[in-house]
Design a binder for this molecule. Sequence first.
Ligand code: ATP
Length: 252
Amino acid sequence: MPNIVQVQDLRKRYGDIEAVRGISFSVEQGEVFGMLGPNGAGKTTTVEILEGLRRADGGSATVAGVDVLADPSGVKRRIGVQLQSSAFPEHLTAKETVDFFAACYDLTVDAIALLRLVDLDDRARQLQEKLSGGQRQRLSIATALVNSPQVLFLDEPTTGLDPQARRNLWELIKSIRARGTTVFLTTHYLDEAEVLCDRVAIMDEGRIVALDPPRKLVDDLLGRGFTKPTIQQQANLEDVFLDLTGHELREA
Ligand code: ATP
């Protein structure tokens, strides 16, 4: 698999803070790649450099064959970035919101087809501010796809969603991967990374401390002799919640 993102010795400092301390990694075309790490680890800084939104101090990075440091606007044309839905203009319908973002790229798109992809075509004429949280997240993914990006960047895509809406979004992300689009996501939900990501990079204090498929990271930990002090529960509160309220989406 060719590498669609290639990062070499990337560095970024804010005054005394070394936010990114010489990281190197690559993302393969067509995979879902997750970046995990505690608050302040340097994830957002890294992702914003790759999106062409922030200048690195050193190192190199290419995204879809474009040198991010030399040509940040070239990168922006080739990627999709999911904005928080609070950034959407008010008083536009779902379809008008998609058309608005396409116009920002000087493109006209089949907005209904994009809405169908995220299962929102039946909401095309509804004002975006009247959509549920899960629907707005899906709309923000539709807007990130207007320029047929080679890499889709998703920042905490399921934060604030109920368990049904989270699972629905996971299915959407899998279907986007199945169409051949590479997905680069950050998340604080480790279950989400385990379900969705082909590989995850774990960042801590500006460095990548592990990078592998989730299963391999777990196997390596077990191989180092790790055992849990308590026996795993066979079910948890989320299982109770889903058992009682079902897996169906609850969207008005
Ligand atoms: P979170 O999970 O909380 O979003 P993160 O892993 O995305 O954290 P960053 O936002 O990249 O981490 O921050 C890395 C470090 O750089 C932190 O110590 C943060 O305080 C600092 N930092 C980030 N942006 C700036 C800035 N614009 N000016 C100064 N320091 C910054």
